[in-house]
Design a binder for this molecule. Structure first.
Ligand code: SF4
Length: 391
């Protein structure tokens, strides 16, 4: 199979099996920007006080009802911030979402407010999982990043309480030039927390993150390989955020190991193929603005004025970012663009163009196509791929 056939098997002119134009898998809703922490990388540039322009309780209810109207495949809702606990009506929002039958996760800030009663409330409200952040392997490193002494201990204790109260646990870890050397130690730390997923977020230079440095493409590539290696032994899912090129590395490694395509597509990384900013993912801000992701600040509409499903399906921004045929630079000519597609947010942060190439990726399209020439199952389209959830 030549390189063009490989590309065709994966993306089918931008309208193929990896294009999710009907509904996202995940909706991130920043229910408030208020937060007591002052993290150095904060996308939201969160502040202590709530914004009076936040969606009201009644607007929040309306949004939850609209999310339910996406249809049979209702997206999973991640309630984030700021710190969601800063909203006095948070428990009401959770309860209302639960009564509508929504699948929900919560991403609270690691503060003293995360008591056992909070996790009991999450469990009683049908929350499936809790995401906490650990960006350093020690008090000194983590608290230094989060800008608040005590944050490390609160977070580790919160992880323990979440597990004890029966909630699935995700740990998010920031990858920057400042944290990358600490990643193996952080891995050792999170391995003892009984987590369900470890997600590494590769810095996008937006918000306060503009003051930090990204890792180089070469470091990125080496980190991807290391993550693939540990993922084979880890009792939890290893995932990346804003680094979809991990899929290219994992895919190639699995093919080199002789893993059949059918099995690859059932792995956590395979189930996430194609999912990226605006294609399977959407973000709603505290004031109702809708973006392809929280790190791509190009508004596609506002839930105060339009139905969230209409914005996802019909806005120009969302339609564009799903069109792999319109990608530029290396992403535009890449045979992996359907399953990867690069971070649209990083392209925008680097070039002011969300259709440009992802500068964190070191791959030169076309040079190593022989490694995926055995993808016969994908080529003839005989597989029935299970698009379940982001990996
Ligand atoms: S060139 Fe772009 S599409 Fe290809 S692997 Fe890199 S980031 Fe992904």
């Amino acid at each position: 199979m030549n390189i063009h056939k490989v590309e065709g098997a994966f993306h089918q002119d931008g309208r193929g099996r990896f294009v999710f134009s009907d509904a996202p898998f995940l909706i991130y809703w920043e229910i408030t920007r208020a937060c007591d922490l002052a993290c150095r990388h904060c996308r939201a540039e969160a502040v202590a006080q709530r914004n009076p322009m936040e969606l009201s309780t009644s607007e929040a209810k309306g949004l939850l009802e609209k999310i339910r109207e996406f249809g049979d495949r209702t997206p999973h809702l991640v309630l984030t911030g700021g710190d969601p606990l800063k909203r006095p009506d948070f428990s009401y929002i959770l309860d209302y979402g639960d009564r509508l039958g929504l699948r929900m996760s919560v991403a609270p800030s690691g503060t003293y407010a995360l008591t056992r009663e909070v996790f009991q409330l999450f469990w009683a409200s049908g929350v499936e999982s809790v995401a906490l952040s650990l960006d350093g392997s020690s008090r000194e490193k983590h608290d230094g990043f989060r800008g608040t002494p005590g944050c490390f201990d609160w977070t580790v204790e919160a992880a323990r309480l979440a597990k004890e109260e029966g909630l699935a646990l995700q740990i998010n870890t920031l990858v920057t030039a400042e944290t990358v050397e600490d990643i193996p130690e952080i891995h050792r730390l999170v391995s003892g927390l009984g987590l369900m997923r470890w997600s590494l977020f590769y810095l996008i230079q937006v918000g306060r993150g503009q003051g930090l440095r990204e890792i180089t493409p070469d470091q990125c590539e080496r980190l991807h390989h290391w993550l693939y290696d540990i993922s084979k032994e880890a009792p939890f899912i290893v995932a990346t955020t804003e680094a979809p090129h991990f899929r290219r590395v994992a895919f190639r490694r699995m093919r080199e190991e002789g893993i059949p395509m059918a099995r690859i597509f059932k792995t956590p990384v395979g189930r996430g193929f194609g999912i990226r900013d605006g294609n399977g993912i959407m973000f709603v801000s505290h004031t109702g603005e809708v973006y392809p992701s929280g790190f791509l600040p190009v508004a596609a509409g506002n839930v105060r004025r339009a139905h969230i499903a209409e914005i996802y399906r019909k806005s120009e921004v969302f339609k564009q970012v799903r069109q792999t045929t319109l990608f530029k630079g290396r992403c535009g000519s890449c045979e992996f663009k359907a399953i990867c597609g690069g971070s649209r947010a990083r392209a925008f942060a680097a070039y002011g163009d969300y259709m440009a190439e992802d500068p964190a990726c070191s791959y030169q399209p076309g040079k190593k196509s022989c490694l995926i020439n055995r993808c016969k199952e994908a080529e003839n389209g005989s597989l029935n791929f299970p698009f379940l959830h982001i990996g």
